[in-house]
Design a protein around this ligand. Sequence first.
Ligand code: ZN
Ligand code: ZN
Length: 293
Amino acid sequence: MENVTDYLSSPGGLVLGIEKVLSHCPDNPALDVMQSSWEYLTDNYTEWQFTTWGSLIVHEVFYVLICLPAFMFQFIPFMDRFKIQQEQPETWEMQMKCFKKLLANHFVIQFPLFFGVYPFMRMYGIDYHWNTMPRWYILAAQCFMCAVLEDTWHYFAHRFAHDKRVYKYVHKIHHHFRAPFGMTAEYAHWMETIGLGIGFFLGFGLLRNSMHFSLMWAWVFARLLETIDVHSGYDIPFHPFHLFPFYAGARFHDFHHYNFIGNYGSTFTWWDWAFGTDKQYKEFIAKGSKKVQ
Ligand SMILES: [Zn+2]
Ligand SMILES: [Zn+2]
């Protein structure tokens, strides 16, 4: 796969064509602000602080911002028509219970995981500087590779987590909410946070020779966009993620929480299709039950 990355980065490759197309597009108006902000951080903080505290802050800020739209939808009657399990609105008690567990999960379990990333960054000499940061479409392509690997790990680990012998000890916690809402995306037993979380880092191993630190935060952003979307409880029409073929989406994962069986993939539908674990979902859709009741 390094060849794919090399190709994407090669002057004669795909990059040249993309750059040509982009030369006709307006420049990013926020580029200067982004550059000065990034350079302020690299000038004033160490790479260790970037990787650990920086990633914690970035994760928390993205989590809150991405959860915000679907959180607000509960107060907007117009949005009720897009709620998937309309009979099961999220209560304030449910949301507080979820919020408290998230705080514990994020600060006690995930934060130490970021400390584990730093030796990896050092070992492979990952660069943090602005002037070596890849163009946004290279980062997007790398995020896509990370998503494919994470989804594969997630599918098989998630199926294992549903095995009768282990389900009640770990994964049952994530299924506490049969009708999920955005915040529940990372509501899980600590062993699940670590076990399924391994998938998040697999892409870094693949891309270690061409990785820039910005991939870490770009991938945190992309992964949170995806997982909070599929747990949002709302199926919003014209959602841009559905432009990606095989993107699972909110209705697909909502069915997993509703039905417990099938639809084990996190981001894509292809593993469920390949192993037939989307059978019950397809039957459900074929019955015309567009809304889970
Ligand atoms: Zn599950
Ligand atoms: Zn879930």
